[in-house]
Design a binder for this molecule. Structure first.
Ligand SMILES: [Zn+2]
Length: 186
């Protein structure tokens, strides 16, 4: 996967935003041209539980149409993990609706040493399975017994499998490919 090119001022701003918002998760977006980030926009985290989760507010997401008018695009969506590693959670992958946009995660889990990594999260079409086909290592996502998830892979690339279990005893399988994208700071 191609690398992201991020000017150091934007890179530092992601970390500064994450630190200001801790212990809550913060989020925002980057505009870009090709692979180069051109600007950063802080968003409002409108998740109901901002300690555990993030949702970018609609007004910020709508900026992508302005980016397109000026020949740019939504290059990346960033958010912070105040206490967990810089790797997409199952919830992050479940809500990844932009296959061509990078997902940047800034982890503050190691004090004094923020870690920023970027991933592409690409969901694949769903398929219906019988309940018995749901692997036993898939666990309920955030206590939701009708949605199970598991991760297969290493810390750079892999796949989340999601199983939406219906009361009729069927399961809808959706997977999300996870690929790390190197970041080049300029
Ligand atoms: Zn996350």
């Amino acid at each position: 996967m191609v690398e992201l090119i991020i000017p150091s001022a934007i890179y530092e701003e992601i970390i500064a935003h994450a630190r200001e918002g801790a212990p809550e998760e913060v989020c925002g977006i980057l505009s870009g041209k090709g692979r180069l980030a051109t600007a950063i926009y802080r968003a409002r985290n409108v998740a109901s539980d901002r300690l555990m989760d993030y949702v970018v507010d609609d007004r910020t997401l709508l900026l992508q149409f302005e980016f397109e008018e000026r020949g740019e695009r939504l290059l990346a969506i960033y958010h912070s993990h105040p206490e967990s590693p810089a790797f997409p959670s199952a919830t992050d992958a479940w809500r990844a609706f932009y296959p061509e946009t990078a997902y940047i995660i800034c982890s503050l889990a190691q004090p004094g040493r923020p870690v920023v990594r970027a991933f592409y999260l690409v969901q694949t079409p769903s398929r219906t399975l019988a309940r018995e086909e749901v692997p036993s290592d898939a666990t309920p996502l955030r206590g939701n017994s009708s949605l199970h998830a598991r991760y297969v892979g290493d810390r750079h690339s892999g796949r989340y499998d999601f199983y939406e279990i219906s009361p009729e005893g069927q399961a809808k399988w959706i997977s999300c490919q996870v690929h790390e994208s190197p970041i080049l700071i300029v």
